[in-house]
Design a binder for this molecule. Sequence first.
Ligand SMILES: [Zn+2]
Length: 585
Amino acid sequence: MMAATIAIKNGHIFDPLNEINGDVMDIFIKDGKVVRELSSSEMKDAKVVDATHMTVMPGGVDSHSHVAGAKVNAGRLMRPEDHYKWIRKKTPLTHSGSGYTVPSVYLGGYEYSAMGYTTVFEAAIPPMEARHTHEEMRSTPMLDMGGYLVLGNNWFLMRYLRDGDIERAAAYVAWMMKTHKTYGIKCVNPCGVENWGWGKNVSSIDEANIHFEITPRDMIHGLCEINELLSMPMSMHLHANNLGHPGCWETTRESIEIPENIKARTDIDVEWAETKVDPQRKQSVYLTHAQFNSFGGTSWGDFESGTKKIIDYVNKSDHVVMDSGCVPFGEATVMTGDGPAIHDLHVLTGNKWSNTDVELECGAGVLPFTYLKKNPVHSVQWAMGLEVLLGVTDVWKSIMTTDSPNGGPFVTYPKIIAWLMSRQAREDTFNECHKWASDRSDLRAVDREMSLYDIAVLTRATPSRAIGMAHRKGSLGVGADGDVAIYDIDPTRLEVNESEKIIRTFQNAEYTIKDGEIVSRRGEIMAIPEKRTYYADVKVKGDGEKEMLADVNKWFKYYTIGFANYPTPEKYLSNPTPIKVNGGR
Ligand SMILES: [Zn+2]
């Protein structure tokens, strides 16, 4: 499909990477990329979109969402009732699709696009499940994608790092990224998930894994060090130990302190779009779903928000970026690589659950869940997710997510935007909530109301920078991908307390444009664009890879699959787009 030429006229532009805050400007796109201007002959052939009195942002970027792969599919199986709650009918252009918390791959792509998103990264790919994950990502329309490889309980890495062999560990990670066509390093409950194979967990970052005798502290430090040794595009993506337990903020705080002295270092071969704000990531750790990692209290009886301790630390340091993991109330499906955390939630709720052990690598658990306003703990969680976003003073350190579908499905993002923009909207929800929401969090005292510019930072600029995609995503600078979202909001007449209207507007963008082509309009899919799958093609210096592979081969006998069937060939990817990474010192 030929990328289109398009002129977007007279919109109010919100493009934080270029410090543009609502100015009325035109945006031009040619051959799929933002250009400074179009010649008069190009203008004649261009599609013209009139964005007068409208809000124009770069296409949305979701840096943490569960949309493809084995555990998502398990979620679909476990939630048959999910399939009549949100439906799209087939059109001449589209597939039919269904599912609210765990939509079909087709529906997921269409709904993201309807909201103005063009880029979504899958948050957890177990190496052995990479083929399946890529098959689902390939079938997800409308979106450019990539995914993070789950490595925090990997037998090879636990051995190499225990032995202090950082070079071999780095060679392994580099090889794994290429082999499974993945983009970044994910670490979930390091050493605890492997202990779960024996019915145990770890309760602190200094408790060693039973068999490999390595601690979570060493694993987190090791992976952060490898990440920078390899000059990866994004920082190490961390789901800390003890998640979902009262008092877990303490473990989280200790965990994000570990890489304090590790310097962010990215070296990728790409064309950079023009930006005013430095597009390079600054952080050496990306803490995900901070809300789930910040529980306070010592039991469910004295449960309270513990976000303040995390927010205070993030406010005074430069090496942490985090996403919120907001809880917008209603149905969710909890799914994570943290099997023991899901088991504990099953014991607590009695909800059905599933668990998987992924051989030498990791695990996962899935559990259908509903967050209720009348439930004391859930109401505090709602407040905590918003506290994370409103409490971090520098919006360039935080990202708006629900950890979809863990806190709630991504289609609820517009509700979160409404709460962030209006204190009155939050007050209305407080009045419907259990009183713990105000008694056990600080949210009610927060009077910050976010602007459209702030929202553009939280949903475009910071996520794209945090995952090292700001060379082409989350920006309308010259050379960026021609991905644009146009919302029917006149910023000069914005009524922040009209929450219903704000929600409706962000639910269905007036136009979503991808690579210069109008792909959806007011929720209706207009075109199926080409999509790309990004992965890190990491080059390492020296011949460490050969020795490392000999060892991997020796240990492969513990796998149920043969070595030759392990890699994911490029044909499993839609439009494979390797990011050349110059690793090694
Ligand atoms: Zn997640």
